[in-house]
Write a protein that binds this ligand. Structure first.
Ligand SMILES: [Zn+2]
Length: 329
């Protein structure tokens, strides 16, 4: 924890210092406007507090824009989602910020809902939005993940860097609990993209992936909003994704439900494979062939029961899709 805060705090201080100069009215955000075109791109990190791996790249991008090392002609905003949770090295404090957007949760009173209400006006003014996340467990490769949407897909493919896209049909909400930030932006008819960089924490790998996506997407903004290029055409300069979709969600049915140790994102599993324990006695069997995503290992008490709040799912299974998701539309 000490080591984590030792790394985290200088980045947060640096962000705060820059925010004093480039604030836009929304706390924990910075906007730069080069006014050569009207395009506005928004980047975010720390929507989940302990997914700090994007932070060095967000700051490096701001520094490089200010020193003119990165050239850009439009408006760009960087914001940090949940600093309070980041300082405690947790995903969230009272409610998952990434399930707190939209109007479904108007009754919710959590600090994260309050934060979502601060951020929504900023997202309302975005044309393109990239949200950087990290997985809880080790991850074999970076991946884009969002509901299929033609424009957002072209932007992700054109930005590239990651070659994997986990997607789902339109209208199948990522989580029953509430809206994600990127989902909120797409609901406004704009481009919203989420990317999982790597396993959570600071790493050179996540910094590089994040910085390259930011650099690429600023370049694309100038092409699309400055020179009227089509994002579809620009996206075709990159190879297509390897597409996955979720085929199973395993509910976190009781506090005793538990996965075997050591499962990582994109580990291949086969139907019938023993993955852990459902409740205390029953074994948890993989119902299908596929690839593990988002395996969860919450803190447990001395009886082995997970300490609430329990996540909605203990893992999901994804599999490669054969038909191109553009054909879903
Ligand atoms: Zn996340």
């Amino acid at each position: 924890m000490e080591d984590y805060l030792f790394k985290l705090k200088p980045y947060l201080n640096e962000f705060q210092k820059l925010e004093k100069k480039f604030e836009n009215g929304v706390p924990h955000s910075i906007s730069l406007d080069y006014k050569k075109h009207l395009g506005h791109i928004v980047f975010s990190g720390l929507i989940h507090g302990n997914e700090v791996g994007s932070l060095p790249a967000l700051l490096k991008s701001i520094d490089d824009l200010l020193s003119n090392k990165l050239k850009y002609g439009g408006k760009v905003t960087f914001f940090l989602g949940n600093i309070d949770a980041a300082l405690k090295n947790v995903r969230y404090l009272e409610a998952d910020l990434n399930r707190s957007f939209g109007n479904k949760n108007s009754m919710q009173k959590s600090m994260e809902r309050k934060r979502a209400l601060e951020i929504m006006p900023l997202l309302n003014r975005a044309d393109v939005y990239f949200d950087f996340h990290q997985t809880i467990m080790p991850c074999l490769k970076p991946f884009y993940i969002f509901e299929m949407n033609e424009q957002s897909y072209y932007w992700a493919r054109a930005a590239g860097v990651a070659q994997t896209f986990v997607t789902r049909k339109k209208g199948s909400s990522f989580s029953a609990a509430g809206m994600c930030s990127d989902e909120y932006v797409r609901s406004l008819g704009k481009v919203g993209v989420t990317i999982e960089l790597s396993e959570k924490g600071f790493s050179q790998e996540s910094e590089n992936i994040c910085y390259n996506i930011i650099k690429r997407s600023l370049f694309l903004m100038d092409k699309v909003y400055g020179n009227k290029f089509s994002i579809k055409k620009l996206s075709h300069k990159n190879g297509d994704f390897e597409f996955f979709s979720v085929i199973h969600r395993e509910p976190f049915s009781s506090p005793a439900t538990k996965l075997k140790e050591g499962l990582a994102n994109f580990n291949k599993v086969t139907k019938g494979m023993d993955l852990g324990w459902k409740d205390s006695q029953k074994t948890m069997i993989s119902p299908k062939n596929g690839y593990i995503l988002f395996p969860k290992y919450p803190t447990r008490n001395s009886e082995g029961n997970a300490i609430p709040p329990l996540p909605g799912e203990i893992f999901v299974l994804a599999d490669k899709i054969k038909e191109h998701p553009l054909l879903w539309e």
